[in-house]
Design a protein around this ligand. Structure first.
Ligand code: MOS
Length: 719
């Protein structure tokens, strides 16, 4: 069938009305089963053994004594593992990360690299044996330090605005009335999803079935099929409930090693990553070193904008954390230059992590804007409004809709921005210095081809089947509401089944594109089904099923710039005697297209903002240069914001639409974190007069910074 083309939208009853999660009861009662807890007869358990060196070669894997330990079934390593195919381009345009294509050679490219899988009858036996396994190495010197002038750094991408190639950036900076030139750093980040990765692989009736926790069942199925040289139809991946992913849950070492072991042993094998193992195997957010130079006319209008970002990747896989990308959307300038650089180090491969690029990039550019506002004596919101571009600053394309200004106006009203005294370091409350800050947010709004099946059942209900992933976002519920409206029925008559690669190709839960992509396919199938039903007197026992494919419909989206926007506001209290920073309140106002389910959309936005607190104040995976590994790779050593750190957070939205798809969704998964850390850092500056350009703003950094004198006497080291 053909995909639906955008047109008049269906009568709405469900979309836009708050709805609790359709699987909520199953989750809170424990009826919902996660990948690591589904029982199978004859299940064996694999435990990964990770390298203790950072760089070198494996000389020997001492399997023999371990094979004699209780319950041990096998030890897989580079000397006996099946050969995998890795020279293919995956669904998202890159070859698979060799970290996932386990046990293919004797090289160790980073600390925590998978070197063996011990399989035993019970998880305890597997763990005991894995910890007893002696692996000997030929150790080589390593380099794990990201430094600004690293000789190995290379340009990944560079852009200048359309029409400004001939405008000299240096000349524009020289001509500027106000200049900011700042260096900003963000640390290595970890996804810290609640449920670590888990997969069970088994062969059944000639088919490989993998029950997993991932962000795209079809994605993992496709990559596994190619890696193991299997026909895609002989691989099925299911992923019904997922305890968070944030970008880390694609193809990883646990699925591949489980498939290897299940194939070798001819019985089901489960591999679960420990929290510590996720630190090197699940991907991470690369640290960044960024430089922003801004030059402005006396009225604050940008004459020059330069944003450069450097990130690290592993020596085996390239991932660019495109920190400089966000400036390409947010602000125009007469001379506009953005570039991302990457350097290969002896560190684990980074990957997508909530708002990849935009989260660290927005910290730099949105802090720099705040610095410029101070220099120019222009209110930070007014400065942003004066620099609102008419069209995409770099692309020159029209915006599908851009309601950033509306976010700032509504946010300023609700936050009480008008009463703000712009002077820093002047508000005291007991031991606390108080300040407020703001920052802009944006995140891309796209869609990707998907297929969906909708069945009209004999009893008058409907079943939707789509290989979507509900990673905790509420996607299953959102699709229930979308389907109900498209079918002109009520949500209670719609059953949405997700997370099964047998349902056909679909977009992953990623890039804030999942719900939009899936909703488009569901709407298309529902429309066709309604036409079919109109011409049908009786529904047969097997129901009537229609399948959609939006492949042809989506390409047109590229003719416009499409983004969600937001205005972030934060109030911070700083104790300059202890260095403690407390966020007192946050408000985020977003323009994120049509909101399908206000309850779960707000949850997504508040979740992103909460992570912004965490990013601003707590999170930092620290690597020891000598060993090349992490200090304390666990949730005791890696601090994430928890309840006591998180104040009242309000997230709301303004009217917004993206008129070119059947539902008008833009996506809310990632925009909530963008700009959040900058708003907090700007509030810390407003409180203390000290500018923090390195995250996280931990107590030591607050203490090391200049302590302000009496009211207004604060020093700004960047001034
Ligand atoms: Mo998100 S980082 O695209 O899972």
């Amino acid at each position: 069938m053909t995909a639906a083309t955008p047109g008049p939208r269906a009568v709405r009853g469900a979309v836009g009305v708050a709805h609790t999660r359709v699987e909520g009861r199953d989750k809170v009662t424990g009826a919902a089963r996660y990948a690591g807890e589904i029982p199978y007869p004859d299940l064996a358990h694999g435990w990964l053994v990770l390298s203790t060196i950072t760089r070198g070669r494996i000389l020997d894997v001492g399997s023999a004594p371990v094979l004699d330990m209780p319950g041990v079934l096998t030890v897989l390593h580079h000397g006996n593992a099946a050969r995998l195919k890795t020279d293919f381009t995956g669904q998202f345009g890159t070859p698979p990360d060799p970290t996932c294509a386990v046990f293919q050679n004797d090289r160790v490219p980073f600390a925590g690299w998978p070197v063996a899988l011990v399989v035993a009858e019970t998880p305890e036996q597997a763990r005991e044996a894995a910890e007893a396994l002696v692996v000997t190495y030929d150790r080589e010197p390593h380099d794990t330090a990201l430094v600004a002038d690293h000789p190995g750094a290379r340009l990944a991408d560079s852009q200048t605005s359309a029409g400004t190639e001939n405008v000299d950036l240096e000349e524009r900076l020289t001509a500027s009335a106000f200049v900011v030139d700042g260096r900003y750093t963000t640390p290595e980040g970890q996804h810290s999803m609640m449920e670590p990765h888990a997969a069970t692989a088994r062969w059944e009736g000639g088919r490989l079935e993998v029950v997993d926790s991932n962000q795209g069942a079809g994605w993992v199925q496709g990559e596994l099929a190619r890696m193991f040289s299997l026909d895609a139809s002989s691989v099925r991946v299911r992923s019904e409930h997922i305890g968070g992913g944030f970008g880390s849950k694609g193809l990883r070492a646990h699925q591949v090693s489980a498939v290897m072991a299940a194939t070798a042993l001819r019985r089901p094998v489960r591999v679960v990553l420990t929290r510590r193992q996720t630190f090197s195997l699940a991907g991470c957010r690369s640290p960044t070193i960024q430089r922003v130079r801004l030059g402005a006319a006396p009225d604050g209008r940008l004459l020059a904008l330069e944003h450069l970002s450097l990130n690290q990747t592993s020596t085996v896989h390239e991932f660019v954390e495109a920190g400089a990308g966000v400036a390409r959307v947010l602000y125009g300038a007469e001379a506009h230059r953005t570039a991302n650089h990457v350097v290969r180090l002896d560190v684990p491969s980074p990957t997508w992590m909530r708002a990849p690029g935009q989260a660290p990039g927005s910290f730099a550019i949105e802090t720099a804007l705040d610095e410029l506002a101070t220099r120019a004596g222009v209110d930070p919101i007014e400065l942003r409004l004066r620099n609102e571009p008419e069209t995409g600053p770099v692309s020159g394309l029209p915006f599908s809709s851009r309601n950033l200004a509306a976010c700032f106006r509504e946010g300023a009203r609700r936050f009480g921005w008008a009463d703000r005294d712009p002077r820093p370091g002047t508000r005291r409350e007991g031991r606390w210095l108080l300040g407020t800050g703001t920052a802009a947010a944006s995140y891309g709004a796209g869609a990707a081809p998907s297929t969906a099946q909708v069945t009209a059942e004999e009893d008058g209900s409907f079943t939707v089947r789509i290989a979507a992933a509900d990673i905790g976002t509420g996607a299953r519920t959102a699709l229930t509401l979308v389907a109900a409206d498209a079918l002109e029925t009520v949500p209670a008559r719609v059953l949405v089944r997700v997370g099964d690669s047998d349902f056909g190709p679909a977009m992953i839960a990623g890039g804030s594109m999942g719900t939009r992509s899936w909703a488009w396919a569901v709407t298309a199938a529902a429309a066709e089904l309604r036409e079919r039903l109109a011409a049908t007197a009786v529904i047969p026992p097997e129901g009537i099923t229609v399948r959609s494919d939006t492949t042809g419909a989506i390409g047109d989206l590229a003719r416009k710039e499409r983004h969600s926007y937001g205005a972030q506001f934060a109030e911070a209290a700083v104790d300059t005697a202890t260095g403690e920073v407390r966020v007192r309140r946050m408000l985020g106002i977003f323009a994120a297209g049509r909101i399908v389910n206000p309850l779960t959309a707000r949850n997504q936005l508040v979740g992103g903002m909460t992570w912004g607190i965490s990013m601003a104040l707590h999170e930092e995976a620290v690597r020891d240069r000598n060993s090349g590994g992490h200090y304390a790779p666990d949730l005791a050593g890696y601090h994430v914001a928890t309840h006591a750190d998180v104040p009242e957070i309000e997230a709301d939205w303004v009217e917004d639409d993206d008129p070119d798809d059947p539902v008008g969704i833009k996506g809310v998964g990632e925009v909530g974190i963008v700009g959040a850390a900058a708003a907090i850092a700007n509030a810390v500056w407003h409180a203390t007069g000290v500018r923090h350009r390195d995250l996280p703003i931990r107590p030591g950094r607050v203490l090391a910074a200049t302590v302000p004198g009496p009211a207004g006497g604060a020093a700004d080291p960047g001034a």
